[in-house]
Design a protein around this ligand. Structure first.
Ligand SMILES: Nc1ncnc2c1ncn2[C@@H]1O[C@H](COP(=O)(O)OP(=O)(O)OP(=O)(O)O)[C@@H](O)[C@H]1O
Ligand SMILES: [Mg+2]
Length: 121
């Protein structure tokens, strides 16, 4: 499944990177969203995972095929109906955002490598 492959791609690429768990979670949420909420989820659709890793910072981007909906965190909900993915990404990421339009969007997030994370390895 493409979402599993997207996560494995990040896992393999960032094997030695101390922030890898957060990176895996973010890429899973964003890839799931691309398939569930954008035109990438149509038959024959696709999405692209882009990673830029620096020594102290990582940039993750999921490029989708656009569509009518717009990525936006939903207000906190008390039930189990979802709407938590982007709120989780926003909480984990140092920064995040969306570019593009209905023809294709990039939802991106950055993670900083903090000294505490370095110290536990
Ligand atoms: N790539 C995307 N393209 C278009 N709309 C998006 C995209 N990602 C998210 N959205 C919109 O933003 C909303 C919030 O996304 P979020 O990931 O927070 O919740 P969810 O996917 O509905 O539920 P959950 O992630 O908790 O299973 C979605 O319901 C959808 O309408
Ligand atoms: Mg989601």
């Amino acid at each position: 499944m493409a979402i599993t492959e997207a996560r494995r791609f990040v896992t393999a690429l960032l094997a030695a990177w101390p922030g890898i768990e957060d990176a895996e979670l973010i890429v899973s949420e964003l890839a799931t969203n691309a398939v569930r909420h954008s035109a990438s989820g149509r038959f024959g659709g696709c999405f692209t995972v882009a990673v830029q890793a620096d020594h102290d910072r990582i940039w993750l981007g999921i490029l989708d095929q656009g569509g009518r909906r717009t990525p936006q965190p939903l207000p906190p909900q008390t039930d189990e109906e979802g709407g938590r993915g982007l709120a989780l990404v926003a909480a984990l990421a140092a920064s995040w955002g969306v570019t593009g339009d209905d023809q294709g969007r990039i939802v991106w997030a950055t993670l900083n490598l903090t000294p505490e994370k370095t110290a536990v390895r």
